[in-house]
Design a protein around this ligand. Structure first.
Ligand code: NAP
Length: 396
C-alpha cells in the first residue's frame, strides 16, 4: 500500500479468525490503513481491548452488553479510553461509524443488521459474513451500489480476480459460460453417507487445508458452506444457478475459476491463506505486497479435481434449490443449519442429522418474497424454532 491511499477501516468480529487476520494485514501495512472502530461478540474482551490499544481505535462495541464492565476494565488496564458501546445497537453504531470501509467478519445471520447499516451509510463493505448477503439477498442487493460489496470469501475473491483478468469480456455475463467454485471436500471427502454416521465434532472441526472459526469449519465438513457460497456467487455475480458449477479440489490452491464462452478457463491460484483475499478486499483495487506466501514453483505440485458426490453431500443441491426459490428460502436454509450446527457441537444431533434436518425445515417452509428485514427475521425465527423442535431429543 502507498501512504496516499490511507484507508480508515471498521472491523466487525475483530476477535475472530477473519477479524484477527485482517488486523494482521493492517499491522503489516502501517501506512495503508487506520482502524477507526472494532466490534465483537463479547466473549474475548481481553483480546478486544488489546486490539483497541494497539490500533488506537475511536470506538469499541460488544454485542453482549453484560460484557461492557469487563471490557472497560480491560481497556483501562491497557491505558486507552475509546467510546465503549454495548448490545446489538452498539454493534450497529460501530457498523455505521465514520470510515471508508467496513469489514464484516461477524459469524452467522447476526451479521445482517451490520451489513445493512454499512451499506446504508455508503461505506465500502468487505464482506466475510456471507450469511447476511444470503439471507437478506433482495434487501442487500437493493441497497448495494455496484462495486460497494467486496468479497472476502476466498472463492468469490478468486472469481472476481478471474473476471478482472479476462479484460473487457470479464464484465459481460454473456461472455461467461460458467463460474466454477472449488471445494476442498472437507475432512470427509471420499466417504459414503453411511461412513459418516459416527462423525464427532472433533472430527468435523479438523479441516484438512483451512484454519477457520468453528461454524464455517463444520459447514465445510457438511458442504453447507459450499452451498452458501453457490448462493453467494449467484447474488454477487448475477449468474443463474445452472451456470455455477462446484468441483472438488482437495489441495485448496485453485480458489475458483471462470470458464468463458470460447472454451478458455481462467483460474486464481495461491496457497490457502485468508490474508490474501482479506488484503485484496481491504486495499481494493490495489494488491498488498507480501500479503501472503506465494506458490513455490521450484517444487513439484499435483493439483487434482473431482466431481462432488451429491448423494453423500446433499447440502449443495439443497442450496441450489433454496437459491432458485429465492425470497425467504435461503434464510430458512441458513437459520435451520445454524441451529443444527449448535446441536451437533453440543452432541445433541448426529452429523448426518444436520443436513437431513435442514432439508425437512426447508421443505415445510412457505416461501415469501423477503421484501423487508422483518419478513427475513420472521422466516429466520420460524426456521430456528422448527429446527430446534426437530432436533430435540436426538443424540449421537
Ligand atoms: N475463517 C475463515 O477463514 C473464513 C473464510 C471465509 C469466510 N468466512 C466467513 O467469515 C465470517 C466470520 O468467520 P470466522 O471464521 O472469522 O468466525 P469466528 O472465528 O467464529 O469469529 C466470529 C467473530 O464474530 C464476533 N461476533 C459474534 N457475534 C457477534 C455479534 N452479535 N456482533 C458482533 N460480533 C460478533 C465474535 O466475537 P467473540 O470473539 O466475542 O465471540 C468473533 O469476533 C463467517 O461468516 C464465515 O463464514 C470465514
Amino acid at each position: 500500500m502507498h501512504a496516499e491511499t490511507l484507508r480508515s477501516v471498521v472491523i466487525l468480529g475483530s476477535t475472530g479468525s477473519v477479524g484477527t487476520q485482517a488486523l494482521d494485514v493492517i499491522a503489516a501495512n502501517p501506512g495503508g490503513f487506520r482502524v477507526a472502530a472494532l466490534a465483537a461478540g463479547g466473549g474475548r474482551v481481553d483480546l478486544l481491548a488489546r486490539q483497541a490499544a494497539e490500533f488506537g481505535v475511536e470506538a469499541v462495541a460488544v454485542a453482549d452488553a453484560s460484557a461492557v464492565p469487563a471490557l472497560r476494565e480491560a481497556l483501562e488496564a491497557h491505558g486507552v479510553k475509546p467510546v465503549v458501546l454495548g448490545g446489538p445497537d452498539g454493534v450497529a453504531e460501530v457498523a455505521g461509524w465514520e470510515c471508508d470501509m467496513v469489514l464484516n467478519g461477524i459469524t452467522g445471520a447476526l451479521g445482517l443488521a451490520s451489513t445493512l447499516v454499512a451499506l446504508k451509510a455508503g461505506r465500502l463493505l468487505a464482506l466475510a459474513n456471507k450469511e447476511s448477503l444470503i439471507i437478506g439477498g433482495p434487501l442487500v442487493k437493493r441497497l448495494a451500489a455496484p462495486g460497494q460489496i467486496l468479497p472476502v470469501d476466498s472463492e468469490h475473491s478468486a472469481l472476481q480476480q478471474c473476471l478482472w483478468a479476462a479484460g473487457p469480456d470479464g464484465h459481460d455475463p454473456s461472455r461467461v459460460r460458467q463460474l466454477v467454485v472449488t471445494a476442498s471436500g472437507g475432512p470427509f471427502r471420499g466417504m459414503k453417507r453411511e461412513e459418516m454416521a459416527d462423525v464427532t465434532p472433533e472430527m468435523a472441526l479438523a479441516h484438512p487445508t483451512w484454519s477457520m472459526g468453528p461454524y464455517i469449519t463444520v459447514n465445510s465438513a457438511t458442504l453447507v458452506n459450499k452451498g452458501l457460497e453457490v448462493i453467494e456467487a449467484h447474488l454477487l455475480f448475477d449468474l443463474p444457478f445452472d451456470r455455477i458449477e462446484v468441483v472438488v479440489h482437495p489441495q485448496s490452491i485453485i480458489h475458483s475459476m471462470v470458464e468463458y464462452v470460447d472454451g478458455s478457463t481462467i483460474a486464481q491460484a495461491s496457497p490457502p491463506d485468508m490474508r490474501l483475499p482479506i488484503a485484496l478486499a481491504l486495499a481494493h483495487p490495489r494488491r498488498v505486497a507480501g500479503a501472503a506466501r506465494p506458490i513455490d514453483w521450484t517444487k513439484a505440485h499435483t493439483w487434482t479435481f473431482e466431481p462432488l458426490d451429491d448423494v453423500a453431500f446433499p447440502a449443495v443441491a439443497l442450496a441450489r434449490h433454496v437459491g432458485g426459490e429465492g425470497g425467504t428460502a435461503p434464510a430458512v436454509y441458513n437459520a435451520a443449519n445454524e441451529v443444527c450446527l449448535d446441536a451437533f457441537l453440543r452432541g445433541d444431533l448426529p452429523f448426518l442429522g444436520i443436513v437431513d434436518t435442514v432439508a425437512k425445515v426447508v421443505e415445510e417452509h412457505q416461501v415469501t418474497p423477503a421484501g423487508s428485514v422483518e419478513e427475513v427475521l420472521a422466516a429466520d425465527a420460524w426456521a430456528r424454532a422448527r429446527a430446534a423442535e426437530l432436533t430435540a431429543g436426538q443424540s449421537r
